[in-house]
Design a protein around this ligand. Sequence first.
Ligand code: SAM
Length: 279
Amino acid sequence: MQLKDVLIKNGFHFNKRFGQNFLTDKNLLSSIVEKAGIKESDTVVEIGVGGGTLTGAIAQKAKMVIGFEIDTNLKPVLAETLKDFDNVEIIYKDIMKMPTEEIESLIGGRFSVVANLPYYITTPILMKFIEESDMVDSVTVTIQEEVADRLCAKAGSEDYGAITASIDAVGTAEKIIRIDRKMFYPAPNVDSAVVKIVMDKGKYDIPNQKAYRAGVRCAFQSRRKTLVNNIMMAFKTDRKTAEDIVVEITGNPQSRGETLSTEDFVKFSKLIVKNNLKF
Ligand code: SAM
């Protein structure tokens, strides 16, 4: 039976609040799983199971899928669409309310994340798994194309932002598939894209992650201001100290935060610590 028929049969009503736009095309779903690089030995955490179509495609490849779904009205739907899989467990909880350590101990080993995310939790979900956990191998997310472009942007480009620099510090993001809005049921107002982030926390030598994050926050605080002005404001420091820091990073006291590469942010984080700036 098609997903649409199962939804109708069970009297399911889409809840806009939860960003419910489902994917049903089998070729697209298997292409997402294939490009996510899911292997037979993998445990996958899926966020937002929906009608279970992506879950089923993952379960065909992975050892185990642990799916999280906030909407308990999907229970009868999922009982039907996932009945043939014995390697799927669905947890009906708001993923944002589950501490990361609790998710890690539930899984009990390394895992990959695959998700078709509603817009309202894209950034917090990415930050949760990318910054808070050391057990994640990769994160493959379907998101609004505009956000996908931000995750993969080059330093200095219009799309480059705090999230780009945060992700690049701990992994490598790549846009792997574009998805036309018509592929979703119901169709949203924007196109989407799938981004795969391969985690590599040893990519850069960042002795103080908190200082790195403070530096990124400061640099993007006000795009109209120079980095010197942003440093003075964020760390309540004098112009001379701020100028010395910026010159040491870029050689140019007029630099703006959005031109800093990840290497520059690493230098910045070390200078924040060296100069005893408060963060
Ligand atoms: N994975 C399915 C697919 O690809 O067709 C559904 C994707 S749909 C865009 C997002 C799903 O996430 C919805 O089923 C929604 O109910 C669920 N969701 C939204 N917020 C959530 C949260 N905080 N915790 C868990 N699930 C959530």
